[in-house]
Design a protein around this ligand. Structure first.
Ligand SMILES: Cc1ncc(COP(=O)(O)O)c(C=O)c1O
Length: 370
């Protein structure tokens, strides 16, 4: 059996990408709000059921720019159970991340812990829809409204996720997406900000282009975070295949769930009927008190069998040396995040696998655990 990787990019068939490239070659317009950039913004608004989207060269720059656009000050409450880009984006804006614990059932920031961490310096909340599983938005927005805080969702994992048929990307003040090659939908590198008004969209478009207002005027301190035409064309060609790719992920997730759900040594994700997921990840928790192998041993043994899983998120953001040394940052009690990070493992999940790979992974896990 060939090695099975935890993720593998969704690639459009080469013959479908080639006509886009030929057209770009004849237009000779490679970046700066080109034809395909505009087309992808339009098609993504339709697909994602959102009003305004601004494309970026990657998700991290989208996140940095989203925070910058809201002109925040002081502290931003967030989760340690995420990819470092989440809190790096706060620090890169000269703001301070304040870390609070997660709900161990959802892996998302626990709204009850947010309120305890609010001070007069708090200006925003930055929750993450971890693995594309929606946060408790009603509770978070209620707290934000009560204390006059902005809410920016790190929706890097949540491409296309809806609740009761409505996009969760419309929640909060802004949401950001990542279109990195490892994500369910990709533009190789890429990202986006979803916003609610034309004015904000124009501001974001200026911020990602040096702050240019017009050819002769700079109105704000912008960076360069534009998506280029080849990324956008790749995104358009890939968009035609996203539905079938998510269908396949769904099928594989359900097989994993059905075949692994009676193993007491592991805890599986819980899916809710009112949510349409994108099945980006398949995280399981190893219940180490009763398992003959702990998480790290499972990870290594799977690797020995050619199955490359990922300890994700591990280490916790707050456990990286860089963050440990930052004595000026407030870290509340994060025992649940610590526990989940110690026991979690994401199994291979992508549409380039076939069904035999899934059964092979299931059999191998059973052999390791039982
Ligand atoms: C939760 C989260 N936030 C932000 C990012 C950053 O996105 P990108 O890799 O596109 O910069 C990632 C992706 O890797 C992520 O997983």
């Amino acid at each position: 059996m060939n090695n099975i990787t935890v993720t593998s990019p969704l690639l459009p068939p080469l013959e479908e990408l080639t006509p886009y490239l030929e057209d770009i070659w004849s237009r000779k317009w490679l970046t700066n709000n080109g034809h395909y950039h505009q087309l992808l913004e339009k098609e993504l608004c339709d697909y994602l059921k959102v009003d305004y989207i601004s494309l970026f060269s990657n998700g991290t720059l989208a996140l940095i720019t989203a925070l910058q656009s809201l002109e925040l000050k002081g502290e931003v409450i967030t989760t340690p159970y995420s990819f470092v880009a989440t809190s790096h984006a706060i620090l890169l804006n000269n703001l301070k991340p304040v870390f609070v614990d997660i709900d161990p059932n959802t892996f998302n920031i626990d709204p009850k812990k947010i309120e305890e961490a609010i001070t007069e310096n708090t200006s925003a909340i930055l929750p993450v829809h971890v693995y594309g599983n929606p946060c408790d938005h009603d509770a978070i927005q209620k707290i934000a409204d009560k204390h006059g805080l902005k809410v920016i969702y790190d929706a890097a994992h949540a491409f296309g996720v809806t609740k009761n048929g409505l996009s969760i990307l419309n929640w909060g003040d802004l949401s950001i997406l990542s279109f990195h090659a490892t994500k369910a939908y990709s533009t190789i590198e890429g990202g986006a900000i979803i916003c609610h008004t034309k004015e904000m969209k124009e501001k974001l478009d200026r911020l990602k282009n040096f702050g240019y207002e017009s050819e002769t005027q700079i109105s704000m301190l912008g960076s360069n975070a534009k998506m280029n035409e080849i990324q956008a064309a790749f995104g358009l060609a890939t968009l035609k295949h996203i539905k079938s790719s998510i269908e396949k992920r769904k099928e594989y997730s359900l097989i994993y769930s059905n075949k692994l759900n009676n193993i007491k040594e592991i805890t599986l994700p819980i899916y809710s009927n009112d949510i349409e997921y994108n099945y980006s990840y398949f995280p399981i928790l190893i219940n180490e008190e009763i398992s003959k192998n702990n998480r790290d041993q499972v990870f290594e043994k799977l690797k020995d069998c050619g199955i490359y899983s990922r300890r994700y998120f591990f280490p916790l953001i707050t456990d990286f040396d860089f963050y440990q040394k930052r004595k000026d940052l407030r870290i509340h009690n994060i025992e649940k995040s610590t526990l989940i990070s110690k026991n979690v493992i994401c199994l291979p999940m992508h549409s380039n696998m076939d069904i035999n790979d899934i059964y092979h992974i299931i059999d191998t896990i059973k052999r390791i655990l039982l």
